[in-house]
Design a protein around this ligand. Structure first.
Ligand code: IVH
Length: 701
């Protein structure tokens, strides 16, 4: 860090910020990679390091904001400069024709045009740019005031952190500067959303840890935008379509111009918009997109029609809630009726028994639907279902098929099966249970019920946990069938001779094709090597793999970082667990319950004996490195990942020196929660660098 003088550090930070933003823009706007991923990461790392050492030089448009890392305790409420209104809704053609008539009566002196857009189903966001730099991202809130979620908004990779000042950017900049020479101050609004692909991935992960899936991408987006850990937000891959430009200047005269300009400046404007000459054009657009919208990457629920010309918009004005110049048309959720052929009851890894409707296949929102979850016993009663009924099927949030009721207009097909929720587990015969006040029915035989034990081992070997790929493609199945594996600890006792020659023929349900799984020498060696290699997986992965309910990948990482060892975690009490960032009552309770069970203790002990990683990697307090060599440190406040003692150890283990007070000689003041104001003030007066916890961690390299 002493390689550069102060000004060169600033110059280098500027240079790297500009360069990396340029490459990102090229990548997201033009789909061109001018440098390799490795080169990009290398430069990004250099920038991260420089910013950590010089936090005051970090620019608001630094690409390092994209990866998150900031924890926000509470989002500040901020007032919108321009209120965020809603739209009035219509559900049929006639309402639209009536609206057009009303417009016609007001706009008498010249023709008007409409812009049609897709109505994206996420949450509305407002982004403020000052001097061309993104400074704030705010939710709609009550329309007057919203929550400042800037750190989360900055993780949206398609949202420019600064409007481009290269190539076509210059043109825009001059255009805007011509309007308001001194600044580039404006707001853009758009719909923040979770792409359907991310939604599906996250729901898979939730099911994995026994959490109920999120109902639809809209809820998922709303929840994610309000998460406190922006690193997690970044991981979830949110996106945003921009549909509105607001500023005090008046050079832009139409909505069309604004969309073209936004696009040119690098904003993510969905290319689905169209200018039409009249309401018939609107209706054609509605019909065109009624099916096609299901192929978009974002959930949609209708279209928005807007008057193109700004002067005409002004003439039309607003009602108290919404503009008169725009209206939403909502597509009816497509509903089709089909035959309920039967109901199967599936037992998951956590023992929950889920009824699943088996349907006569139908086409719905561009996919074939054969099955739909019925969630639980109450849902069957609520819908009054019987096998042989015709039922209405819809897609909730356009994605997940859902049964909404019985189609009474169609005569049921006589069936000899009655639809009753089983009293015993369909997989193992154990009597099912339902806890008071809970909707789920479950099989309590968690140690002996085949789908539960299989599910647990499958969870354990998956890529995100122990990553034992060599057990994929039916191989694990064979080990179950032969009674060689009943829980994940058994994997580590498997021997070559036990496996060699095992064989099984399976029939694929869909295709009817036979598949032979047989363990020859090479396969067996491969399996054993994979199992052996998994012993190197870090502690956090082991912790995720053992399958404590509600402990997903991120929670496992947080627990591992906090407690450092399995031994410490096993004896942690409720309070200690609750002090871990993002661990709430439900997770804390679940961890306690897991370790209380003797079977689980034995299971974990067997894994320990097999040599799996049971300690976080950075546990050693002896010399770890020399990243802090020659630097002096002082800290104030409390920290999320370290106790005071741990922080002191960490500094010393990495070559740093602790000092007792703020002086000119102090290199870094590490600032935590509830930091002492006198230390802060003094550090500021003396120009001492102040860093937060994550910056300290980054310093360690
Ligand atoms: S224009 C004055 N355009 O729908 C209102 N809104 O019901 C300006 N939305 O809060 C909104 N896609 O969250 C507009 N292409 C689009 C939209 C859109 C989705 C949402 C937005 C707004 C809500 C209004």
């Amino acid at each position: 860090m002493d390689l550069f003088s102060h000004t060169t550090e600033a110059q280098r930070i500027n240079e790297l910020t500009e360069k990396l933003n340029y490459y990102t823009d090229r990548y997201y706007q033009d789909a061109v990679s001018e440098i390799s991923d490795e080169e990009f990461d290398f430069l990004l790392k250099e920038l991260e390091k420089l910013e950590t050492e010089n936090p005051h030089l970090k620019r608001p448009d630094s690409p390092t904001h994209r990866v998150g890392g900031t924890i926000t305790k509470e989002f500040k409420a901020v007032e919108h400069r321009y209120p965020m209104l809603s739209l009035s809704n219509t559900y049929n053609e006639q309402d639209l024709l009536d609206w057009d008539e009303r417009i016609k009566k007001v706009l008498t002196d010249r023709p008007y045009e409409y812009i049609c857009e897709i109505k994206f189903d996420g949450i509305s966001l407002s982004m403020t740019y000052e001097n061309g730099v993104l400074v704030r991202g705010v939710t709609r809130g009550d329309g007057t005031k919203g929550d400042d979620i800037t750190t989360n908004v900055k993780t949206i990779r398609t949202l420019p952190l600064r409007i481009s000042d290269f190539g076509f950017g210059n043109e825009i900049k001059t255009q805007l500067e011509a309007l308001k020479p001194e600044t580039l101050n404006f707001e853009v609004r758009g719909e923040g959303f979770m792409p359907i692909s991310s939604f599906e991935r996250i729901n898979q992960e939730r099911e994995d840890i026994g959490e109920s899936p999120l109902a639809n991408p809209r809820n998922a987006a709303a929840g994610t935008f309000k998460m406190q850990d922006s690193g997690e937000v970044a991981r979830r891959g949110l996106d945003c379509y921009i549909y509105q430009f607001l500023s005090d200047n008046d050079a832009i005269k139409t909505h069309e111009e604004s969309l073209l300009m936004l696009k040119k400046a690098g904003f993510n404007v969905s290319p689905t918009w169209r200018k039409v000459a009249d309401i018939q054009g609107v209706i054609a657009y509605i019909n065109e997109w009624s099916e096609k919208r299901h192929s978009l990457p974002c959930a949609t629920d209708g279209i928005v029609v807007k008057i193109n010309d700004y002067a005409q918009r002004e003439e039309l004005g607003f009602t108290s809630k919404s503009p008169r110049w725009a209206i939403a048309y909502k597509y009816k959720a497509e509903s089709k009726s089909t035959l309920l052929k039967g109901v199967t009851f599936q037992v998951g890894r956590t023992g929950a028994v889920t009824p699943v409707a088996e349907l006569e296949p139908i086409e719905l929102a561009m996919t074939t639907v054969k099955r739909a979850t019925l969630h639980n016993a109450d849902e069957i009663v609520r819908l009054g279902l019987q096998i042989g009924d015709y039922v209405f099927v819809e897609k909730a949030g356009e994605i997940i098929p859902k049964i909404t009721g019985v189609d009474k207009s169609k005569k049921p097909v006589l069936s000899d099966q009655k639809l009753v929720f089983p009293t015993n587990c369909p997989a193992c015969g154990t009597e099912l249970k339902r806890n008071e006040g809970e909707a789920a029915t479950f099989c309590p035989n968690d140690k002996g019920c085949p789908p539960q034990i299989k599910g647990k081992v499958e969870h354990f070997i998956q890529r995100k946990a122990m990553n034992i790929e060599s057990l994929g493609e039916g191989k694990l199945e064979l080990l179950f069938d032969k009674g060689l594996v009943r829980n994940a600890a058994d994997l580590y006792d498997l021997r070559y001779e036990q496996l060699l020659g095992l064989e099984k023929i399976t029939v694929d349900e869909e295709t009817g094709k036979e598949r032979r799984v047989s363990f020859k020498e090479k396969t067996v060696q491969n399996i054993l090597d994979g199992i052996e290699k998994s012993k190197q997986q870090p502690f956090a992965k082991v912790l995720f793999g053992i399958g404590i309910r509600f402990v997903g990948e991120t929670t496992a990482e947080k627990l591992a970082a906090y407690f450092k060892t399995m031994d410490a975690l096993q004896v942690a009490d409720f309070e200690a667990l609750r002090s871990v960032p993002e661990v709430g009552e439900r997770i804390a309770q679940s961890v306690l319950e897991f370790f209380k069970e003797v079977d689980n203790q034995e299971f974990v002990n067997r894994l320990k004996a097999s040599g799996l990683q049971m300690e976080a990697e950075n546990i050693v307090v002896e010399i770890e490195g020399n990243a802090l060599e020659g630097k002096t440190f002082l800290y104030t406040g409390t920290f999320e990942n370290f106790s005071r003692e741990e922080l002191e150890n960490k500094i010393e283990a990495n070559g740093g020196k602790l000092v007792s007070g703020v002086s000119k000689k102090l290199d870094f003041l590490i600032v935590g929660e509830g930091a002492g104001p006198s230390k802060l003030q003094k550090a500021q007066q003396l120009g001492v660098k102040m860093i937060n916890e994550s910056e300290f961690i980054a310093l360690l390299g």
